[in-house]
Design a protein around this ligand. Sequence first.
Ligand code: UD1
Ligand code: UDP
Length: 382
Amino acid sequence: MEPLRVMTVFGTRPEAIKMAPLVLALKEREGIDCVCCVTGQHREMLDSALKIFGISPDYDLSIMQPGQSLSSIVSRTLHGLDDVLNEAAPDLVLVHGDTSTTFAGALSSFYHKIMVGHVEAGLRTYDRYSPYPEEMNRTLTGDLSSLHFCPTGQNRKNLAAEGISADVFVTGNTVIDAMKYTVKDNFEFFSPVLRDLKNNGRRTILLTAHRRENYGQPMQNILDAIVDIVTEFEDVDVVYPVHLSPSVQSVVYPALGDIERVHLIDPLDVDELHNLMAQSYLVLTDSGGLQEEAPSLGVPVLVLRRETERPEAVKAGTVKMAGVERQAIYDMTAELLTSSVSYEKMSRSVNPYGDGHACRRIIDAILWKFDRGGRPEEWSGE
Ligand code: UD1
Ligand code: UDP
């Protein structure tokens, strides 16, 4: 029998980190010919993730432009994928999550009448402008997909409420698989700033903020709250690997560049980021991925957004919504810095997002769909 040709299409940092263990597992599985295509929606941040996992893409569309518009990401991806899909002729295309690469990859595959599998399916906030444009990207991708790989049971329920119930599998999130490659005891940091943070006796707050819906006043509120926090708490360092988007860099550096004990650094390789998170006291973030990673390391998270599509860790008590108002962010952070009772309640290690075997389940489900294996075992996560 001819091997099943499975093509992965991804383009940004979070997609790369979460698809990397799946690419590696697909390459190892007998009976599958894995083809890796990247759009290059991100350049440096994508390449950093590919390097850490030792992946060399078969196709690279190199679409990134400085300050790119959403339309340009989608149109350049559609255009680039035409030739790639014609040449590689995969049996199945796998896309991940909710970026513009995800949506364009699924749409292009549909135009080519190639089956689409959606990894990290079924996350919803039910607000089409928050996160923007991700909520719409993932809803449209769900409609275009024939196989849906949900991290949790809640994600499956979300799809069922939209009438999507065939070929939906609860697998856990592949990010937990990825962390098996990156998180190490006695990890040696490359960056001198991180080496110093480990040994200076102060508490580290890891901060990331990059979301489009936080541009403008919400971002300003977040940055003001950070100044308040380091001014009030002298035993705290804030480390912020600043996203390369000009819209983020142009406001973060002027606001925090000269503030004592605030360390603005370039984006980190994912192994450094995960191990920095593991030794941090607290995470403040508007990222999706960090909300999933930190709970498994027992590090509390305050989410710098008004909503989340990841309610599981909130329910488990290790993540709280801090919103985007200066005073509320300060108050909730101060509470965790001063009350050991509040801190202990949030700092238990929980794993609502997976058990590290999501990739195996996804591949089993694919082989089942193409009549090459039995019905896969699913993950029991709620
Ligand atoms: C994208 C995703 C978002 C995801 C985020 C992860 C969309 C619409 N948004 O947002 O869902 O949370 O990635 O980080 O798909 N840049 C570089 N080098 C890089 C990466 C980015 O210079 O390696 C700069 C470029 O000027 C680029 C800009 O950042 O135009 C914005 O990148 P883009 O992918 O459009 O949006 P993100 O905000 O990164
Ligand atoms: N990350 C990283 N280096 C950094 C910041 C984040 O490797 O400097 C990783 C992080 O561990 C997570 C992913 O990037 O796996 C999250 O990406 P991002 O926050 O850009 O996107 P989101 O998850 O919000 O879509």
